[in-house]
Design a protein around this ligand. Structure first.
Ligand code: PBG
Length: 326
């Protein structure tokens, strides 16, 4: 009997060979940490559905930012948890609102080492929990919301955010925000368009993290999980409207969309490994059913392999430390 001539196992034989042959690498600089900051908090508050993630106080935020910079990650994405909410999300455009205060702190503290980014959306700030303002019939009013986003963009840029994460899924938001920034002397502030953002069950723990009191759901503005082409279409529109970076979100269940967008995009493509992706692995690992470190690193390499240049992940700092020791 003659054995096989082609033996792919040859290149898998030793750790050194496997390392050399590896097609995809995750580097700490490819990771961005989403962080929550709670208005009025004197101590960090744990988030029940996201073990290991907290709502920061300003003091704990400062310490965590220094740790993130030391771990060598690429940046942070800030989310505010305001102490009061109203119909139009006034806290989002108040320069003394928690997100803008946290942004000034982050820019001053670690602005040279990390790219300081902010979530540009109204859902954390509205009492109804939607990403925009409501029309008289209760629907989310696209064009009225765009005006609020334009105001938010200017306040966030003035607070020191270098990259605005447009996550509201209103039509035309990238163009409106770009124009507002340019008209207010912020042509150097970049826009990260959450282009293909799906209406997923995986944002569940995030709602807990920002204490959103959402009534209803987001299916009239976020994409239907069944639609692949539409994800590419949204990325195309955002690129035409001037997005500096486009994103696919969630990541793990949408790797096909990510791969499609990566194939067509002339701008960097990022992916957001969302709260539910985090909590599912944490929960299984806590039961002892999967190896936590292996599962986390595998999830990150899979997202990079599908085409993401950068991954937003709640494990960013911990994963960066694991990667540094390899
Ligand atoms: C909108 C926003 C959401 C997330 C990021 N930005 C929530 C939503 O659209 O419902 C979810 C992130 C996560 O689940 O980790 N402000």
């Amino acid at each position: 009997m003659t054995g096989p001539v082609i033996r792919p196992r040859r290149l898998r034989a030793t750790p050194a060979l496997r390392r050399l042959i590896s097609e995809t690498r995750v580097h700490p600089a490819d990771l961005v940490l989403p962080m929550f900051v709670r208005e009025g908090a004197s101590e960090p508050q744990p988030i029940g559905s996201m073990p290991g993630v907290v709502q920061h106080s300003l003091d704990s935020l400062r310490a965590a930012l220094v740790e993130a910079a030391e771990a060598g990650i690429g940046g942070v994405m800030l989310f505010g948890v305001p102490s009061t909410r109203d119909a139009i999300g006034s806290g989002a455009t108040d320069p003394d609102g928690i997100l803008n205060v946290a942004t000034r702190l982050a820019a001053a503290e670690v602005g040279d080492a990390l790219v300081v980014q902010t979530d540009l959306c109204l859902d954390e700030f509205t009492d109804h929990g939607h990403c925009g303002v409501l029309a008289a019939d209760g629907s989310v009013d696209n064009d009225a919301t765009l005006e609020r986003y334009a105001q938010m963009a200017i306040v966030q840029a003035e607070s020191g955010s270098q990259l605005l994460g447009l996550s509201g899924m209103m039509d035309g938001q990238t163009a409106v925000v770009r124009a507002a920034l340019d008209a207010s002397g912020h042509s150097g502030t970049a826009v990260l368009a959450y282009s293909a953002k799906y209406a997923t069950a995986l944002y569940g723990p995030f709602r807990d993290a920002v204490e959103s009191a959402l009534v209803g759901d987001r299916r009239t503005y976020q994409l239907d999980p069944a639609n692949r082409r539409e994800g590419v279409r949204e990325a195309e529109l955002d690129i035409d409207e001037g997005a500096d970076i486009v994103m696919v979100k969630p990541a793990s269940l949408y790797l096909d969309v990510l791969s499609d967008v990566a194939a067509m995009s002339p701008v960097p493509v990022w992916a957001y490994q969302v709260s539910g992706e985090y909590s599912m692995i944490e929960a299984a690992a806590a039961q002892g059913w999967i190896d936590r470190e292996r599962a986390v690193l595998e999830s990150l390499v899979a997202i990079r392999r599908a085409g993401a240049d950068v991954v937003l992940s709640y494990w960013a700092v911990e994963a960066a430390r694991w990667l540094a020791r390899r």
